[in-house]
Design a protein around this ligand. Structure first.
Ligand SMILES: [Zn+2]
Length: 55
């Protein structure tokens, strides 16, 4: 399983609608739109993703 950094949805990597590689890390998305938003402002979504790891 992977977490879509844009919407926070948990998705199986095999069924990801889109994939993006940023700074050597692979990110999986539930929809092409989420990938587009991530590619536009990757740092914004990666910063928002950080607190979720502690929950
Ligand atoms: Zn999504």
């Amino acid at each position: 399983m992977a977490t879509d950094p844009v919407c926070g949805m948990r998705i199986p990597k095999a069924t990801a609608a889109a994939i993006s590689v940023y700074k050597g890390e692979t990110y999986y998305f539930c929809a092409a739109l989420c990938k587009q938003l991530f590619d536009r402002e990757p740092e914004k979504y990666l910063q928002e993703l950080e607190p979720q790891k502690e929950q």
